[in-house]
Design a protein around this ligand. Structure first.
Ligand code: GLN
Length: 489
C-alpha cells in the first residue's frame, strides 16, 4: 500500500479495498515507529487525524469522492491549520495554535484529505538543511547522519521514508526542489501566484510559493490540482481559469513522446560549482531525454551568477518587515520577565528567534535603511529584472530549461551549519527561478555514493502541466524515483 501512487490509493479507497481509517492508521504507526530517528514531524495528533479519516470514510461511502478524499497528507508547519499547533519551526510560535486554516489547508480539507501531521522545517523557512529548526534537525532517510535539505526537510524526509504518501512544502529560494533532490522525491514550485499564500507564514512575500513534495510527477499533478486556484484573500493570487495539471500525463505517447521538444542547457548550469558525480547523472538524464525525442539547444543566463547575491538582499529585506509582527504582544512567545514595554519587545524577540533568523533581520533592516537602500536593495531589484529578462530571452529559444537542482548530494549534519555562505550556495541553481517567478520541478535522476541526486526542469510562466508531462515521460522510462531508502521497513 505504501508504494502505491496517489491515483491508485484513491482507487483503493473508492472501491473500499481499504478504508481511510485503516490507511491513516498505517501511516500513524509508521510515524510512531520511525519518526524518533528522523524527527520529520513537529506535531502528530492521531485522534484528530483519525476523526478526519472517519469523516472521509463517510464521504466515500456516500460516493462523494474527489481525487484526494481519504488520503493522509503531511503539511509543512508553515501552513496555519485550525486548532493545530503551527510553529514555523520557531520558538517564537511554539505556543501558537492557529484559529484558522491557510487556504492550502482549507482546500485539502474540502477535498476530504486527512491532515496527517505538521512537518519540521528550518526556522521561518530560512535554511537549506532543516538544521535551524527550534525542534532540532531532521535526518535524511537515505543516511541518518546527513541533512534532508531544507527548508521543507521534514516534509521530504517524511515522504521519502514512507511516513506519508505525499506532503506540502514552500519554496522561497529552493526549499521544495532542493530537499526533493536530496531525498529522491519529485517536488514542484509553481509559477508565483498560482497557489494562495493566505495563512502561509510569510518569509519573503514576493518569492514564497507553496507546492507539492511527492514520489512522482504524476502525484505532484494531483496535489497541485487541489492546491492551485484563485483566492481573493491573497492579493497576489492569480485569477485564471481552472486547469487540470494532470491532463497531459495521460496523452497517448509513442516511442518518441517528446519529439519536437527543445531543451535549453544554460552554460551557467554546467560550469564549475557542481560536483562531478551529480553532473554525470544530469548528463545521463539529458541522453535519456534525447532518446525520448527531445533536442537540446545551448542558452545563456548571463545574470544568473548574481542571483544568490540579489536574493540575500531581497529575501532578508522582506523577512525583516514580515517578522516585525512577532513582538510578544498579540500572539506567540513572550519573555517571562521584563522591565517595561521596550524591554518586553527586545527580550521576546531576543529569546524567541534563533541565530539565522536574527542574521536575516539584521541584513534586511540594514539594506533597507536610509543611505543603503539605493546601494543594496534597489540594485538587487535591478538584478532581479535582469534575471527575469534572461529567462524570457532563453525561452525564445527553448521550451524548457534543464540542469542540476543542487550542486551536491546530501551533506553531513553540521557540515555547513557554521558557515552561512556555504549554506547559501546550496541554492545556486534554484534561486534565480524564484526571483523570476517561474515554475520548476526537481525529479530524481540517479545516485552517487548511495545518495540521490535531482534534475531540475524550469518552464515558462504557467507551463506547470507541460513540465509535469516532461518529468512524467522521464519517469515512465526510468525507475530512480521508485527507489526507496533501506532501513525504514
Ligand atoms: N535556502 C534558502 C534560504 O535560506 C531558501 C529557503 C526557502 O526556499 N525557503 O533562504
Amino acid at each position: 500500500m505504501i508504494e502505491l501512487s496517489l491515483a491508485d490509493i484513491g482507487r483503493a479507497l473508492a472501491s473500499r479495498e481499504i478504508s481511510s481509517v485503516e490507511l491513516t492508521g498505517i501511516y500513524l504507526d509508521r510515524i510512531a515507529r520511525l519518526n524518533p530517528q528522523l524527527n520529520a514531524f513537529i506535531t502528530v495528533d492521531p485522534e484528530r487525524s483519525l476523526a478526519q479519516a472517519r469523516a472521509a470514510d463517510d464521504r466515500l461511502a456516500r460516493g462523494e469522492t474527489r481525487a484526494l478524499t481519504g488520503i493522509p497528507i503531511a503539511h509543512k508547519d508553515i501552513f496555519c491549520a485550525r486548532d493545530w499547533l503551527t510553529t514555523c519551526g520557531s520558538k517564537m510560535l511554539s505556543n501558537f495554535v492557529s484559529p484558522y486554516d491557510a487556504t492550502v489547508i482549507g482546500r485539502f480539507r474540502q477535498d476530504g484529505a486527512v491532515l496527517l501531521g505538521k512537518t519540521n522545517m528550518d526556522e521561518f523557512a530560512m535554511g537549506s538543511s532543516t538544521e535551524t529548526s527550534f525542534y532540532g534537525p531532521t535526518a535524511n532517510p537515505w543516511a541518518l547522519d546527513r541533512v534532508p535539505g531544507g527548508s521543507s526537510g521534514g516534509s521530504a524526509a517524511a515522504v521519502a521514508a514512507r511516513l506519508a504518501p505525499a506532503a506540502t512544502g514552500t519554496d522561497t529560494g529552493g526549499s521544495i526542489r532542493q530537499p526533493a533532490a536530496l531525498c529522491n522525491l519529485s517536488g514542484m514550485k509553481p509559477t508565483y501566484g498560482v497557489i494562495s499564500r493566505y495563512g502561509m507564514i510569510a518569509f519573503a512575500s514576493s518569492l514564497d510559493q507553496a507546492g507539492p513534495l511527492a514520489r512522482s510527477a504524476a502525484d505532484c499533478a494531483l496535489l497541485l490540482n487541489c492546491m492551485a486556484g484563485f483566492d481573493e484573500r491573497d492579493s497576489t493570487s492569480l485569477d485564471r481559469p481552472g486547469e487540470d495539471f494532470a491532463r497531459e500525463l495521460t496523452a497517448a505517447a509513442g516511442s518518441r513522446p517528446l519529439a519536437g521538444l527543445r531543451i535549453g542547457l544554460p552554460q551557467q548550469f554546467f560550469g564549475e560549482g557542481c560536483s562531478a558525480e551529480v553532473m554525470q547523472l544530469v548528463d545521463a538524464a539529458i541522453a535519456e531525454y534525447r532518446q525520448l525525442g527531445a533536442e537540446t539547444v545551448p542558452v545563456g543566463l548571463p545574470s544568473m551568477d548574481l542571483s544568490v547575491a540579489a536574493y540575500y538582499v531581497i529575501a532578508p529585506a522582506e523577512a525583516s518587515s514580515n517578522l516585525a509582527r512577532f513582538d510578544g504582544v498579540r500572539y506567540g512567545y513572550r519573555a517571562p520577565a521584563y522591565a517595561d514595554l521596550t524591554d518586553m519587545y527586545c527580550k521576546s524577540r531576543a529569546q524567541g528567534f534563533g541565530a539565522e533568523v536574527k542574521r536575516r533581520i539584521l541584513i534586511g533592516t540594514y539594506v533597507l535603511s536610509h543611505g543603503y537602500y539605493d546601494a543594496y536593495y534597489l540594485q538587487a531589484q535591478r538584478i532581479r529584472r535582469l534575471i527575469a529578462n534572461d529567462f524570457a530571452e532563453a525561452f525564445r529559444q527553448c521550451d524548457v530549461i534543464l540542469g542540476p537542482t543542487s550542486p551536491s548530494t546530501a551533506f553531513r549534519l553540521g557540515e555547513k551549519a557554521a558557515d552561512p555562505v556555504q549554506m547559501y550556495l546550496s541554492d545556486i541553481y534554484t534561486i534565480a527561478v524564484n526571483l523570476a517567478g517561474l515554475p520548476a520541478i526537481s525529479i530524481p535522476c540517479g545516485f552517487a555514493g548511495g545518495l540521490p541526486a535531482g534534475l531540475q526542469l524550469i518552464g515558462n510562466y504557467f507551463r506547470e502541466a507541460r513540465l509535469l508531462n516532461i518529468a512524467h515521460r522521464y519517469q515512465q522510462v526510468t525507475d530512480w524515483h521508485r527507489q526507496r531508502p533501506a532501513g525504514h521497513a
